[in-house]
Design a protein around this ligand. Structure first.
Ligand SMILES: Cc1cc2nc3c(=O)[nH]c(=O)nc-3n(C[C@H](O)[C@H](O)[C@H](O)COP(=O)(O)OP(=O)(O)OC[C@H]3O[C@@H](n4cnc5c(N)ncnc54)[C@H](O)[C@@H]3O)c2cc1C
Length: 336
């Protein structure tokens, strides 16, 4: 079998790798001329937080996320598993309790516990919640590593190719175009996310830190030493062309509320991506003829792509059936 994967975001590259590792002849077509800035994946935070995300999603996301975390650990040495820390200011302590009730695996922390994990936050927060088994990665490094591994396996990544929608004679197609697939997947919508990259050496954080705040929830993810990604907004919009002043104000204010040292940070980049989401914010494998769509990864692309890719490969090669992520449509087609 020969497979064309359309889109070199995290979904497309994960699918291509799952297939290439099974010895399938794969090519990847990407309309951008390079990985940098190609799609939403380039702008992600890179949190691999199955348990925290349970707060606003289903058990399925946690289950697929846990599987994906193991996949990243096995394939990308830059995967760091040293947990996620949640903190809230005293007046917002109820937010922490509520978060703990809605999630699993979070361990309550005292001020001393917070200081032991993140010495630079010592004395700033009385209570926290620690999800020790969660991880994070630098999405840009991870995408580059996947592309390099694919090249080693003989997979051709063709950049600057605007692939038409639909099937190809003699080839199976996995369509991972993100929001660009909306003409074919009419129930997709865009959810804009804005984020800022900051450089500061006055502060060291070893792991993603989320500040719970009723109006300004924010997370800070460490990248290279001295570099932090502060994110992210979640706005019902397809407009990925601009970052609003209001969003910037809110992100930077929230970072400053986490630690005033962020006030001295150098702004390295202001970025935005548009996440593709289905109405229930859950991902789908959807089959239409020879095309298998992998889409709707919403705010969980890195968290979910490997688990979806594994299922997509099994569907293509062995007719695997995964009702938890496959649409009713696909099931009917498969049974027909
Ligand atoms: C600010 C922000 C923070 C985020 N943080 C996290 C996080 O911490 N953890 C997490 O798991 N997720 C996070 N996400 C979500 C994650 O980024 C997305 O879920 C993920 O990137 C979706 O990946 P994708 O491969 O489906 O789409 P994309 O990355 O958009 O890839 C689609 C690709 O298809 C290409 N394409 C489109 N049309 C064509 C065509 N006709 N021919 C060829 N190529 C085409 C595009 O150029 C693009 O490269 C975040 C998102 C944002 C915006």
């Amino acid at each position: 079998m020969q497979v064309t994967v359309i889109g070199a975001g995290v979904a497309g590259l994960s699918c291509a790798l799952e297939l290439a590792e099974r010895g399938v002849a794969v090519e990847v077509l990407e309309r951008a001329t390079q990985l940098a800035g190609a799609g939403c994946s380039w702008f992600a935070g890179g949190m691999l937080a199955p348990w925290c995300e349970r707060e606003s999603s289903t058990a399925l996301v946690a289950q697929l996320g846990e599987e994906s975390l193991a996949w990243w650990r096995a394939r990308f040495p830059g995967t760091v598993v040293n947990g996620t820390l949640l903190v809230a200011h005293g007046r917002d302590a109820a937010e922490l309790a509520q978060f703990a009730r809605r999630t699993a695996h979070g361990r309550p922390l005292s001020a001393d516990g917070i200081a032991a994990l993140e010495p630079d936050l010592a004395g700033r927060f009385a209570h926290g919640l620690y999800f020790a088994d969660e991880g994070h990665l630098d999405p840009r490094a991870a995408l580059s590593a996947l592309a390099a591994r694919l090249a080693e396996l003989g997979v051709r990544l063709r950049f600057g190719v605007e692939a038409p929608a639909g099937g190809r004679a003699g080839r199976a197609v996995i369509d991972c175009r993100g929001l660009a697939a909306r003409p074919q997947l009419a129930d997709l919508r865009g959810v804009k996310g804005e984020a800022v990259l900051l450089r500061l050496t006055e502060l060291t954080l070893a792991r993603p830190v989320r500040l719970l705040h009723p109006r300004l929830p924010v997370y800070v993810v460490p990248r290279a030493p001295g570099l932090y990604m502060v994110g992210a907004t979640s706005i019902e919009s397809d407009d990925g062309a601009r970052v609003s002043a209001r969003s910037l104000l809110e992100l930077l204010s929230a970072a400053y509320a986490l630690h005033p040292a962020f006030g001295e940070a150098q702004v390295v980049e202001i970025g935005t991506g548009v996440r593709a989401a289905f109405p229930d914010n859950l991902p789908r494998l959807r089959r239409a003829g020879e095309v298998l769509y992998v889409n709707g990864l919403y705010r969980h692309g890195f968290l979910l792509a490997p688990a979806l890719a594994r299922r997509a490969a099994q569907v293509l090669l062995a007719g695997g059936h995964f009702p938890e992520v496959m649409d009713e449509d696909s099931r009917q087609r498969r049974l027909a």
